[in-house]
Design a protein around this ligand. Structure first.
Ligand code: SF4
Length: 210
């Protein structure tokens, strides 16, 4: 067996081992009101990476990423159906915090700060086929864009051309953001068609949402 072939065989096993390690993580268990339940989806063949914030209670209960109203809207934005979205060989899903972080006065708490430094780079190292990373919300944008971010999320999203082709910054698709969607019609008119076109180009065999 040649070296290249050996590497190809080794890689999924390394990812599986890493995912098992991630799923056993209890690093910040004392801060998690519902306890650790890391929700992550990854396959070495994945082409698009979605980096969101952290699971909500419904995602925590089911263990299925974006299995909520925010996910419904995200799939519409991407122009893909549920089966395509759930196919780990097409979409990898790694939030900035892998476990439900609890709730504060104004909604869910931010992702646990321990999480991304522990796991993000190690997971990314096992995803060699990613052609596009979607940065959903301010935490993902801060982590991946750093000083390249604009002063506000709105300005960062509007400046999407500055981050192409590797990244597309997006607002969170939560129903709580309805006012933002209404106040920024350029997002639907300009950003979403570009997003769907990029996704369709990278995943030419994906099934479109109805
Ligand atoms: S949030 Fe991240 S660091 Fe904390 S227990 Fe879950 S996987 Fe581990």
């Amino acid at each position: 067996m040649d070296v290249k072939r050996k590497t190809e065989l080794r890689q999924p096993a390394a990812l599986e081992a890493l995912l098992a390690e991630v799923r056993a993580c209890r690093a910040c268990a004392q801060h998690l009101p519902l306890g650790p339940r890391p929700v992550v989806r990854a396959d070495a063949a994945a082409r698009i990476l979605i980096v969101g914030q952290a699971p909500g209670t419904r995602v925590h209960e089911t263990g299925i990423p974006w299995n909520d109203a925010s996910g419904e809207r995200l799939r519409q934005w991407l122009g893909v159906d549920d089966a395509t979205f759930c196919d780990a060989s097409q979409f990898a899903i790694i939030p900035m915090g892998l476990c439900y972080p609890g709730r504060g006065k104004s909604g869910d708490n931010p992702p646990r700060p321990e999480c991304a430094p522990l796991w993000m780079d190690r997971l990314l190292a096992q995803l060699p086929s990613i052609a596009l990373t979607l940065l959903v919300g301010q935490y993902a944008q801060r982590h991946f864009l750093g000083a390249r971010r604009k002063p506000t999320l709105t300005e960062t999203v509007r400046a999407w051309r500055d981050y192409a082709p590797a990244f597309i910054p997006l607002p969170h698709p939560s129903p709580r953001n309805q006012p933002w969607f209404r106040q920024h019609p350029w997002f639907e008119a300009e950003v979403l068609p570009m997003l769907r076109e990029r996704v369709a180009r990278i995943l030419p065999h994906a099934n479109a949402s109805s």
